[in-house]
Every structure is written in structure tokens, then in C-alpha cells.
Design a protein around this ligand. Structure first.
Ligand SMILES: Nc1ncnc2c1ncn2[C@@H]1O[C@H](COP(=O)(O)OP(=O)(O)OP(=O)(O)O)[C@@H](O)[C@H]1O
Length: 863
């Protein structure tokens, strides 16, 4: 250390405290990085790596960014999951004896970033903490941008992962001793940055925020998060709200796979919103409403009374079209009050933000009137809570001009009459300027030079300018010569300089005083933070409810009715597929399940691509929409209140955990089977297809039996195993339904219509033909199929007898007989090796993936 210069020693000392962050070390107009930070940052940010002498024998790697463009670079690093420590000069370099004092003023981390692209308008930026307890996990959540805080306790670690996933948290704060496996799962499965905080004492400010919480364990969990926020942000965070406790059991539970599978807030293929249920629903007009909508979607309710309250408001808003339209217009003008409150607490609002705040507050009285005009007790209750913060609005109206500049240091923010000292400075400035304006006129008169003018520049201040052509008209010695230009001379006079000094002093004083007045104003606004936050809650709630009404109206949704177990959906639709289908109409489908009809399991058969998954998802989405308080896409819907929804749909490969698709399938199935209750909804889409036919079929049947005999959850089970359709004889709550398809002119036509009973055949080969596999191959597959169908099926212990399915062979044959020119072209090719390769395949022992690979190989040969 001793060999480094004092400044490098200072750097190394500070860096030692922030080893896991990039240290942005302020040097004049730049933030510099050194050593490894410099090497890494130059790669991540694509900036030039240089070096400097630091006292030791070797040169020190260095790179830097100008301070004014730093936010952009910081954002890039944060988005990549890094942390950035901002180290500023905390004394005036002119006053410093020796090395300028420097301190880290803020540690920016993925979960504490306040602004920039990483903070999306309609999404919270949640930071969470996880504390291992004797009997579970303490889980705390905060959003530093809005000040929301909450805590809960979970029994199992997978619930912690679910919470992290559904909150979309970017960073998790934990004790450094937490088991490595837990840390790994958080990083790998949820993609969060993990940070450490061992301090969890409940005292001081943390204590006052924790007022509503009684459990010491939960208090500790939040305290850990709180200490981390204070340690990194290095300021008092007055906008943090009282901590709310929530119970996972008060909401409809869905694991992270189910949320992903159902594409609630993002689609499976990409993390974008487009195509998700949130994308369809989001007709909110404010950023706050957008965030609340996402929160409601992540946590559908199970308390019938609360659901009905939301539905009631949705209905009122839906019926009162004109009031709703006016409310929507009004909401458009309401600024993000929650984040504004956060920025007030952070000390980084400007006068323009406060003008926006004023304009938002001015909308509140009329919005409140509109809510009252809905004439409903619930609306009345909401209207009463809407606090217009009149005194704040009056204060802002009295203090700030309508169009202040962005900078708070250049003056021109405050209104005349707000402060008498400011008014005096302004008068002095204005008088000086009037005097100068008059000077121009009087000097023109006196000298007779019409083009004489008074000007100003930063270097010479005010001057009198006379063109060279007119110089002869000016008696020698009239003014003092100051500057010679090509075509003109510039002069000054003692009087002019005296006025100039007065004007400049007044302007300096004005800017300084305005800045101070602005800080004072900001302090006054700070007092209103809690009131603004509760107003924000009302506004966001109103916004989400109007959004439900608007979507329900536009898409012809109906109000669901809740039952004690029965489900009866008439004319149900998949909300997103219905919206995106362009060329064809969505075919509505019914779904009847329930205690009385003894249908708790529906076994769905039907060709590929016919709409089985869509149907299953549609039922789940209908239940979710109902339980968040929105109307549902159906003609009529009677629904139970579900406690949990489990799905196993599609190949949600968990590549990161290194598990095979089949293993993931089994883990998800286990999750449902272990945790589901009689009030749950289970969607199993072709369970068992990832293994060999017999294995898969046996597992599928065993699962159905288990659910039927031990759980009683409402279950939609789609399968390709037609053999399973006979299960309805043994299992009294199981019913067969199928998606209808017909053949027309040798082509399979999907009707997308659900009908009672099992499907009569699978059409798999027809779909393969639609996918344009070579005709010869298709024909061969058809022959094999026929052979297989004639073979007696191997018997299986306890397995159902193969169904007496009727196969319309004539129809199948006619499909290939005519009207298929490709068949004729290729028929003569007679590639025997291809044929024998096909014949050698033992289809019954192959997994679909193996079959697919083999087909691919054969297809290549056939070309
Ligand atoms: N009710 C419907 N009305 C109109 N089109 C529909 C309907 N249901 C599904 N579709 C269309 O059919 C396509 C296939 O649906 P889906 O993926 O649900 O089939 P599937 O039977 O689950 O297929 P696979 O067994 O191959 O997974 C959808 O993308 C959609 O465009």
C-alpha cells in the first residue's frame, strides 16, 4: 500500500469496502475506475482501457466516464446485474489540504435503482429479503421507488421462489450464512442478484415502520431489508410506508411454472408482455394503476366478499359508460404520485415534477365527483378516501410558475409575490434592464446614430456597439473603448458597468434564493408524502377497476357467479387467443364440472392442434379473471372459488437446473399431487408423453386414479392415450370429452368444439401431412398404423382394456387414394433402404422424441 500515491491509497481503502461493486471514483469531471474494475468495466461498457501512474512500479489499469453521462453507463451495469458504488468528492478541492476527501454516497444495486430504463413505469422494482427461520422462511418485500413494504412467512422454500418470481424481484438480500443451495436456486431459477446483510436488529426507524407487525421473526426479516436499504442508499428513506403483513393462504396460489404456462404477465417464448393476459387486460391510464393491475394478477383473491366487492365496482363502472369515459380522461392527467413521493424523499424532484403534482391534484376534486356519481355505496366509500391535499395544491399554485426550467439552479421557478426578498431582487434586475433599454434610445438620440445598440456577452458584459461606418459621428472620448470587431467597435461607460454589476448581482442572488426557496418548498411537500401515498392507492384502485370495466365492455365479458363447488361455463372463450385470432372466429366452448354432476375430472382427447391446450388454459384464465374481480369471457359462468391452480402444460424445460424435460414434468405433477386440495384446479396436458408409451400411459392412469380417489380437485387431463378413455367405467367422477375434428375432402378440419365422449381416432398422421412430410413417408406411416391397429395389444396388469374405438378405415384410406398429387410423384421412387429402415422401427418402445429424430433422419434420406 505504501508504494501507491495518497490518492490511490484512498481509492484502495474505499474499494476494500465495496468489493462486489464497481467503484465509480470521482476525479474532477470524470468517474474513474481502476485495476480489475477498469478491466471489467471497459469490456462491459465498451470503453477504452488506459493506465496511469499510481506510485508503484507498474502502471494501473484505468478507465473512466464523464460524470454527466454516467447515469447511462450505471444503468447498463445495473441491467447486467452488477452494483455500482458512487464515490464523490465531499469537500471543495480548493479547500482541501492534501487529497480531497471522498466518500461513497450511494450504492446502486439492481433492486434499489430509482430511475432509468431498468425502472419500468408500469412495473414495481421489488427488492426482497429472505431469512431462514426455525419453522420456515421470513420474506420481506420493498420497493424503494414507491415506498411499499410487506412481509410474510412461508413454510417451504419453493414458495419463496414463487414469490420472487411473481414479484419479478431483481435482488434478494440474505444472511451470508444461508445455505449455498438456496442461494444457487434463487440465482438460477429466479435470476436475482444475491446480496448480503447480516444486521437484523429491530430498532430506530425500522421499529416505527414495523408498528403493525407482531411476530419477532417477521420483524427481523424486514429489519434485514431495511438495514440493507439504509446502508446502500445512505439517506433516510422517509417515503417508506408502514409494513403490511400478508398471508400466502389469503390468495389463490400458483407456482411459478403455472404462472409461466398460463402466460399471465409474460409469454413463454419471450419475457415481453405482448400476448400475455396482462397485455390484453392493461387498459389502465396511470402508471400506478398499471403496477397495481400486475399485483392483482399475481395474487388473485380467495375471499369471496372481497372478490364480490371488486366485481360490484367493475359492474357499476361498466354500466355507467359516460362517467367511466370521464374518469378515464381524468386519470390520464394524474401523474405517478407514488414514485413522485419516492423522489421527493430522495431529494431529486425538480420544479417541473411539482407542477405535474399540482396538475394531478387539481384533477382530484372532479374525479371524486365522478366516482360519487356512480351512485353506489362502494364508490361512495372510495370517494371518501380520495384526499385532494388542498393545502398542498394551494401551496404549489402560489409558489411555482407554470413552465419552470428543468434545472433547479437557474432560477425562474418561483412566482412573483411568493417571497418579498425575491421580488426585490427581481425589481432590481428589471429596473436595471429597463435602464439599459432606455439607454439605447437616449444614446441614439444624443449621438444621432440610428444603428447604435446595447448588447451583452458573457466575457465583456453590457456594451454599446457602433458600426465602423458611424464611428466618425461619435465625438472622441464619449465612451470607453472595450473591443474592436471587423465592422464595429464596442464601448462601455461607468454608468453602464455600475448597472451591470447591479443586474448581475441581482441575478446571482435570485438564482441562489430561488434554489433555497425551492428546497424549502420540497421540504414542505415531504410532509405530504403519506397523504400522497394513500391518494395514490385510491387512484390506482379506481384505475384498475375502470380498466376491468372497459375490457369487459369491449370484449363482451360477463359477471361470474360463485358456487360452492360447481363449475358451469357456457360459451367460454380464451381471452388472448380470441383477441389474436384474425382470420377465423373463436369457437366458444362450455365446461361443466361439479359435485352434483359428479364430474370432477375431464379426460380430453382429440387430434393434435385441435385446441385441447387452449381449452384447458381458457378454463384456468376464466377462474383467474373472476378471482381478481374482472368479468370473464363467457356467456355465462358459474365458478367455485379455487384455492390453487396447478398446470403441467407444454414443455417448460428447466434447462438451468439440468433436469430432463420428463423429470421436470414429473416434478410439476408431484407438486400438484402433493399440494392440491378438493378446491384446487389441475390442468395436466399430455402427462407421460415424455417417456415410452407403456410407462407414460401407466403413469397417466395412476395419476388420474390418485387424484380421483384422494384429492377430488377439478382436473382437466388431456391425453393421446385413447386407451385411457375407458377409465370412465371405473372412476365415477371422470367423464370423457373430446375436441371435434372432421375430414372433408381428405383433409382434417378442426372444429375446435368440445363434445361429450372420447375422440374416435387420433389424426396424428393427418397432421404430419399438413406439416408436409414426404408423401411416401406418410403413406408408409399409414400402413404401419393399420398393421399396428390390427395387432392384439399387449396386456398390462391393471391397465384398462383397449377401447373399442371405431376406426373409420374407409375414410382414412380415401384420404390417401386421390387428390394428393405428391403421392403419385413419389410413389415409384421405391427406396428400399428407407422402407426397411421404417420397418425396423419398434414404435412401441420409442419415446416421441426418439421417433421425431428418426423421422427427421428418414426425411433427410428421402429428399
Ligand atoms: N376454440 C377455438 N376457436 C378457434 N381456434 C382455436 C380454438 N382453440 C384453439 N384454436 C386454434 O388452434 C390452435 C391449436 O390449439 P392448441 O395448441 O390448443 O391445440 P392442442 O390440441 O393442444 O395441440 P397439441 O396436442 O398439438 O398440443 C391454436 O393456436 C388456436 O389458433
Amino acid at each position: 500500500m505504501a508504494t501507491y500515491t495518497p490518492m490511490m491509497q484512498q481509492y484502495l481503502k474505499i474499494k476494500a469496502e465495496y468489493e462486489d461493486a464497481f467503484l465509480f471514483f470521482r476525479l474532477g469531471d470524470f468517474y474513474e475506475m481502476f485495476f480489475e474494475d477498469a478491466v471489467n468495466a471497459s469490456q462491459e461498457l465498451e470503453i477504452t482501457l488506459t493506465s496511469r501512474d499510481g506510485g508503484s512500479s507498474e502502471r494501473i489499469p484505468m478507465c473512466g466516464v464523464p460524470y454527466h453521462s454516467a447515469p447511462n453507463y450505471i444503468e447498463q451495469l445495473i441491467q447486467k446485474g452488477y452494483k455500482v458504488a458512487i464515490c464523490e468528492q465531499t469537500e471543495d478541492p480548493k479547500q482541501a489540504k492534501g487529497v480531497v476527501r471522498r466518500e461513497v454516497v450511494q450504492l446502486i444495486t439492481p433492486g434499489t435503482v430509482m430511475e432509468g430504463k431498468g425502472v419500468s413505469e408500469k412495473e414495481n422494482n421489488f427488492l426482497v429479503s429472505v431469512t431462514v427461520l426455525e419453522d420456515g422462511f421470513g420474506f420481506a418485500v420493498a420497493d424503494v421507488t414507491t415506498g411499499e413494504n410487506s412481509v410474510t412467512k412461508t413454510e417451504r422454500f419453493d414458495e419463496v421462489l414463487n414469490e420472487i418470481y411473481s414479484l419479478g424481484a431483481k435482488e434478494a438480500v440474505i444472511e451470508s450464512t444461508m445455505a449455498e443451495d438456496f442461494q444457487k436456486q434463487m440465482r438460477d431459477r429466479c435470476g436475482v442478484a444475491v446480496s448480503y446483510e447480516n444486521e437484523d436488529s429491530v430498532e430506530g426507524e425500522a421499529l416505527s415502520l414495523l408498528h403493525p407487525i407482531s411476530s419477532p421473526d417477521l420483524k427481523r426479516s424486514f429489519a434485514r431489508l431495511f438495514h440493507y436499504m439504509i446502508r446502500t442508499q445512505k439517506r433516510s428513506l422517509e417515503h417508506l410506508q408502514e409494513v403490511q403483513q400478508y398471508e400466502l393462504s389469503s390468495f389463490l396460489k400458483m407456482d411459478l411454472y403455472s404462472k409461466r404456462n398460463l402466460e399471465l404477465t409474460e409469454t413463454i417464448r419471450s419475457t415481453g408482455k405482448k400476448g400475455s393476459l396482462l397485455w390484453l387486460l392493461d387498459e389502465t391510464k396511470t402508471a400506478m394503476g398499471g403496477r397495481l393491475l400486475k399485483q392483482w394478477m399475481d395474487r388473485p383473491l380467495i375471499d369471496r366478499r372481497k372478490i364480490e366487492e371488486r366485481l360490484e365496482m367493475t359492474e357499476v363502472l361498466l354500466q355507467k359508460f359516460f362517467e367511466r369515459e370521464d374518469i378515464r380522461e381524468g386519470l390520464k392527467e394524474v401523474y405517478d404520485l407514488e414514485r413522485l413521493a419516492g423522489r421527493v424523499a430522495y431529494g431529486n424532484v425538480n420544479a417541473r415534477d411539482l407542477i405535474q403534482l399540482k396538475k394531478s391534484l387539481q384533477r382530484i376534486p372532479s374525479l371524486t365527483e365522478l366516482v360519487k356519481a356512480l351512485e353506489h355505496p362502494f364508490a361512495e366509500k372510495l370517494a371518501e378516501k380520495m384526499d385532494p391535499c388542498e393545502s398542498l395544491e394551494e401551496l404549489l399554485e402560489a409558489s411555482l410558475v407554470e413552465q419552470p426550467p428543468i434545472s433547479v439552479k437557474e432560477g425562474n421557478m418561483m412566482k412573483d409575490g411568493y417571497n418579498s426578498q425575491l421580488d426585490q431582487y427581481r425589481d432590481a434586475g428589471r429596473n436595471g434592464k429597463t435602464w439599459i433599454a432606455e439607454l439605447e434610445a437616449s444614446e441614439r438620440e444624443r449621438t444621432g446614430i440610428r444603428s447604435l445598440k446595447v448588447g451583452y456577452n458573457r466575457v465583456f458584459g453590457y456594451y454599446i456597439e457602433i458600426t465602423r461606418a458611424n464611428l466618425h459621428l461619435l465625438p472622441e472620448g464619449t465612451y470607453e473603448r472595450k473591443q474592436t470587431l471587423t465592422n464595429a467597435e464596442r464601448f462601455i461607460t461607468p454608468d453602464l458597468k455600475e448597472k451591470e454589476a447591479l443586474i448581475l448581482e441581482a441575478e446571482d442572488n435570485m438564482s441562489q434564493l430561488e434554489y433555497e426557496l425551492f428546497l424549502g418548498l420540497r421540504e414542505q411537500v415531504r410532509e405530504f408524502i403519506p397523504r400522497l401515498q394513500s391518494l395514490a392507492k385510491c387512484i390506482s384502485e379506481l384505475d384498475v377497476l375502470q380498466c376491468f370495466a372497459a375490457v369487459s365492455d369491449k370484449r363482451r365479458y360477463t359477471r361470474p357467479v360463485f358456487s360452492d363447488g360447481e363449475m358451469d361455463i357456457t360459451g367460454g372463450r380464451h381471452p388472448v387467443v380470441e383477441k389474436v385470432l384474425q382470420t377465423q372466429e373463436y369457437v366458444p366452448n362450455d365446461c361443466r364440472m361439479g359435485n352434483e354432476m359428479e364430474r370432477s375430472i375431464l379426460l380430453i382427447t382429440g387430434p393434435n392442434m385441435s385446441g385441447k391446450s387452449t381449452y384447458m388454459r381458457q378454463v384456468a384464465l376464466t377462474a383467474i379473471l373472476a378471482q381478481i374481480g374482472c368479468f370473464v369471457p363467457a356467456e355465462k359462468a358459474v365458478l367455485p372459488v379455487f384455492d390453487q391452480i396447478f398446470t403441467r402444460i407444454g414443455a417448460a424445460d428447466d434447462l438451468i437446473s439440468g433436469q430432463s424435460t420428463f423429470m421436470v414434468e414429473m416434478l410439476e405433477a408431484r407438486n400438484a399431487i402433493v399440494h392440491a386440495t378438493g378446491k384446487s384446479l389441475i390442468l395436466f396436458d399430455e402427462i407421460g408423453r415424455g417417456t415410452s408409451t407403456y410407462d407414460g400411459m401407466a403413469l397417466a392412469q395412476a395419476m388420474i386414479e390418485y387424484i380421483h380417489n384422494h384429492i377430488g380437485a377439478k382436473t382437466l387431463f388431456s391425453t393421446h392415450y385413447h386407451e385411457l378413455t375407458v377409465l370412465d367405467q371405473a372412476l365415477k367422477s371422470l367423464s370423457n370429452v373430446h375436441v371435434r375434428a372432421v375430414e372433408r375432402n381428405g383433409r382434417v378440419v378442426f372444429l375446435h368444439k368440445i363434445a361429450e365422449g372420447p375422440a374416435d381416432k387420433s389424426y396424428g398422421i393427418h397432421v404430419a401431412e399438413l406439416a408436409e412430410l414426404p408423401a411416401e413417408l406418410i403413406q408408409r406411416a399409414q400402413e404401419i398404423l393399420e398393421k399396428l391397429e390390427k395387432q392384439p395389444k399387449p396386456s398390462q396388469e391393471n391397465a384398462p382394456e383397449p377401447p373399442a374405438a371405431v376406426h373409420d378405415e374407409e375414410a382414412q384410406l380415401s384420404f390417401f387414394a386421390e387428390g394428393n398429387p405428391r403421392k403419385k410423384r413419389k410413389q415409384d421412387a421405391g427406396d428400399h433402404s428407407l422402407k426397411s429402415a421404417l420397418l425396423e422401427l419398434n414404435l412401441l418402445e420409442m419415446t416421441p422424441l426418439e421417433a421425431m429424430n428418426k423421422l427427421f433422419e428418414l426425411q433427410k434420406k428421402a429428399r
